[in-house]
Design a protein around this ligand. Structure first.
Ligand code: SF4
Length: 417
């Protein structure tokens, strides 16, 4: 394709005029824009706080807005600036992140804050390349911060934006089709450049995300109230529910975590740090045996007894009801036993194993199911975060168990928390 041909294509957005799309999205977004804490504008500069944008974008990756709203305020109170975040310990950061899942994002945000302090004087950089050089920031997140916090002509594409653009353009491919995705980025750039010329790049980029989240949803696009209904090719073809085609789902892996909650009479509980790689890497937990099937009480006593070279053969254990926690790729069945020992000295403490009071455990970085096990004393399946539900299933080798599940909704994946 020659340059003039390519330019012509870019200008026409597959036959649609970018200026028309920019106008429609800007007008619509002005009417429906939600007041979210990270959208607050500094009256002195008339701009967003870039650090707020950075934190919120990392939190919003694969997590619903409602869940981020529960956590954002507390996190910002604890770490109000990149400098405050940079000097915090990893455990403090992971603890503040609890409930958001995908703890790798918390570690990357922590690392990004350190780079911001070391290389950028504590200020989030505005340059796209400098943003992309920060740990944890890919093209999407860098584009979001550059365009929304700094008003730069940078495109962004997430699952929601991709769905809207594919439908408007009537491009019938799978959501993860490489060529299709490249085309989507190209169109997003056309829109960002056109929006920047009109001084509304932040509104258009955020409007596109909002449109995908609220109107052009994956299962139930509300075309009648969509600002792009008159130009949308998928709607004209009656294919709005078919585009984009579903991605191939990877098979889910069932695993069983058999947990021993061992407490002392004075209310302290034995906890250990998980390995530095894999699921819930580096987070804290009660001693756990992982496998394809539940571990026996004998195995569990042996696992804990080894820590202090003591025999727990006479220790009486109570078994809770099993429950299943679903992450993105796994169904993790938890079988929980509880027991009490007379004195913590029966088991030697170390850097990775220690008895702690409930208040101290509450400050540790832990997965959501482990937090329930250690702090709630039972597996809550109701009154939890939005999007969770309970049901009964038969797990492999395990009694019927409650399932704690996060629904797939509008391109937001289940959490690895
Ligand atoms: S008209 Fe329907 S399919 Fe097209 S962008 Fe709007 S909501 Fe999505």
């Amino acid at each position: 394709m020659g340059r003039s041909e390519k330019t012509a294509k870019r200008e026409t957005f597959e036959g649609l005029r970018p200026r028309v799309l920019v106008g429609a999205i800007t007008k619509w977004f002005g009417q429906v824009r939600r007041d979210l804490p990270w959208r607050v504008v500094d009256p002195a500069t008339g701009m967003r706080n870039p650090y707020f944008s950075l934190v919120s974008e990392l939190m919003l990756q694969q997590t619903q807005v409602s869940r981020v709203l529960e956590k954002f305020g507390q996190f910002m109170e604890r770490f109000p600036t990149a400098a405050a975040l940079a000097v915090a310990s990893e455990d403090e950061v992971l603890s503040a992140w609890t409930g958001l899942g995908y703890y790798r994002r918390a570690r990357l945000l922590h690392a990004a804050a350190k780079v911001i302090v070391e290389r950028h004087g504590g200020q989030v950089p505005s340059d796209l390349d400098a943003l992309m050089a920060l740990p944890g920031l890919g093209r999407y997140t860098a584009g979001a911060i550059a365009s929304i916090a700094f008003g730069k002509a940078a495109p962004l594409v997430d699952t929601n934006v991709s769905r809207v653009i594919l439908r408007v353009g009537g491009v019938d491919v799978a959501g993860d089709d490489k060529a299709g995705l490249a085309w989507v980025w190209e169109q997003a750039e056309v829109l960002a450049v056109a929006a920047h010329k009109q001084g509304v790049v932040a509104e258009v980029n955020e409007g596109l995300m909002e449109l995908g989240a609220l109107v052009c949803t994956s299962d139930n696009p509300a075309c009648l109230v969509c600002p792009l209904r008159d130009v949308c090719k998928a709607r004209a073809m009656g294919k709005q529910r078919e585009i984009p085609r579903a991605k191939k789902q990877a098979a889910r892996k069932p695993v069983v975590h058999t947990v021993l909650v061992l407490s002392t009479a004075d209310g302290r509980t034995l906890v250990e740090r998980r390995a530095g790689t894999g699921l819930w890497a580096g987070l804290w937990q009660a001693p756990t045996i992982e496998g394809a099937k539940p571990a026996s009480e004998v195995e569990l006593r042996g696992r804990v007894g080894v820590l202090g070279k003591v025999r727990l053969g006479t220790l009486r254990l109570r078994q809770d009801e099993d429950f299943v926690f679903q992450t993105t790729h796994r169904d993790v069945t938890f079988r929980v036993y509880r027991g009490e020992i007379a004195a913590e000295k029966m088991i030697a403490e170390s850097a990775t194993h220690t008895f702690l009071a409930k208040e101290t455990i509450a400050e540790l970085g832990m997965s959501s199911p482990m937090r329930r096990i250690l702090l709630d004393g039972t597996q809550q399946t109701s009154g939890d975060a939005a999007g969770q539900e309970s049901q009964r299933v038969k797990a492999d080798g395990v009694k019927r168990a409650k399932v704690i599940q996060t629904k797939r909704k509008n391109g937001v994946k289940q959490r690895d928390d």
